[in-house]
Design a binder for this molecule. Structure first.
Ligand code: BEZ
Length: 324
């Protein structure tokens, strides 16, 4: 019997009202550390869910890949061993190719534009594929800050990336991007990046300003190429099996509290991105601001390759043309 029901049983007409699902402590996994904005958003969701369910439901958060990497978490979500996760869209694109189109270079120029695009029809429509193709329910998108390149050596032009070992998040769109630039793309989870820079295993990393600052990646870097070359969406998911066992009222609660916490990330990053940049400016790293012209025709090669892989890219470009 649920906690709320046990309280009501003390009353006279309790049992008839006690038709909801049992109290639940939802397990939510993330790859990022506890200090990361995604973990803080997960905490906000937990607080809201507990409050709105009168203490019935809680969320236990497992950051820093404590439950495994994202592909291991996906498997746990599919079996119902894990209830929820905030996962990179990178992981989704490894299972549903269409999601890869969200990484088109310069599709969005900043987090505010990413907010508009990810709430528009094409991106929202992608979420509908998740129950069938990945066994999870996609509640909505969150975001990280725009992608940058941090290198242990100086860069003057795009040719300077050629031949260097660059850490990437393990997924195809970014692998293609670096391969087209001539780099030896080196897939590596976030948790290994600091050491890989420190011991020379890589010459640079694809990252964002939050990671550069909060993981101290600037410690072993020379140049930060402030390229904003891709957005980096996240998706909040619930295990399909767990969802199937939730009543309508609990589904609504989970959907509303998770959506609100995901949405809060867009405003938060619009506010704090410049602040984190100023902090990195206070280090020894040289910041070099560049736009699409830095990459030139390399971007056309990526675009061509991905237009052949998914029709969604053209639809997203059309959304961007219309909305941004
Ligand atoms: C990354 O692999 O670079 C990454 C993962 C999670 C959040 C942000 C970045």
């Amino acid at each position: 019997m649920s906690r709320r029901c046990r309280r009501w049983v003390a009353g006279v007409f309790a049992l008839a009202l006690c038709t909801g699902a049992d109290a639940k402590d939802f397990k939510l996994g993330l790859i990022v550390p506890g200090s990361h904005a995604w973990s803080q958003a997960a905490e906000r969701m937990g607080e809201a869910l507990e409050k709105r369910s009168d203490g019935e439901h809680t969320v236990s958060i497992f950051p820093s890949g404590q439950l495994g990497d994202e592909s291991q978490m996906m498997r746990q979500l599919q079996t119902g061993a894990l209830d929820m996760a905030f996962l990179t869209v990178a992981e989704m694109s490894n299972r549903v190719t269409d999601f890869g189109a969200l990484y088109a270079p310069y599709l969005a120029d900043n987090v505010a534009e990413a907010d508009t695009l990810l709430h528009a029809d094409t991106a929202q429509g992608l979420l509908e594929q998740l129950p069938r193709k990945a066994g999870v329910v996609g509640i909505g998108y969150g975001i990280a800050t725009m992608r940058l390149m941090l290198t242990t050596y100086g860069i003057d032009d795009v040719g300077d990336i050629d031949g260097h070992k660059m850490r990437i998040t393990p997924f195809d769109p970014i692998k293609d991007f670096y391969n087209i630039l001539g780099a030896a793309s080196t897939p590596m989870p976030l948790t290994d990046v600091y050491d890989a820079m420190a011991n020379g295993q890589v010459d640079g990393v694809d990252a964002d300003i939050e990671l550069v600052w909060k993981l101290n990646l600037y410690d072993h870097a020379d140049t930060l190429l402030y390229s904003n070359h891709m957005m980096f969406p996240m998706v909040g998911v619930v295990s399909g099996r767990v969802w199937a066992n939730l009543g309508e009222a609990d589904r609504k609660l989970v959907r509303e509290t998770m959506s609100a916490s995901l949405d809060s990330l867009f405003d938060q990053y619009v506010e704090v991105t410049e602040e984190m940049r100023r902090k990195v400016e206070g280090t020894d790293v040289e910041i070099m601001e560049v736009g699409p012209e830095f990459f030139g025709e390399k971007l056309d090669v990526w675009e061509q390759r991905w237009r052949e892989r998914t029709p969604v890219l053209e639809e997203l470009r059309a959304d961007a043309e219309r909305l941004l």
